[in-house]
Design a protein around this ligand. Sequence first.
Ligand SMILES: [Zn+2]
Length: 89
Amino acid sequence: MESNVDQREVPCPKCSKPLYALLRVTKTKGDSLLLVTEGSPRVEKDDAGNFIKCPHCSARVPMEPNPEHMNAGYYVSEPVSQPKSEGSA
Ligand SMILES: [Zn+2]
C-alpha cells in the first residue's frame, strides 16, 4: 500500500448537485494528484480555458490541464484544502 487512492464527488459550486467524480492519488512526497474519473462529464475547452459544464444547471466550472499526465486527466482549479507542508527546508 504505497499510494493512497480515494475517490470523491465534487459538487457543483452553483447548484450543489454532483458534478463529477475525482480520483485523488496521494504520492509519497505528499503531493496529491487529482484526476477526473471516467464517466464524468467531458472536459470542454474554449478561449478562457478548460472547463466542465454542469449537467444540472449548466454552470461553467474551470479545469486546469494536468501537465504531468496530459493523457490521464486534469487538475481542478478550485482550491483544494490541503496546506502545503514544509517538512525539510
Ligand atoms: Zn450545477
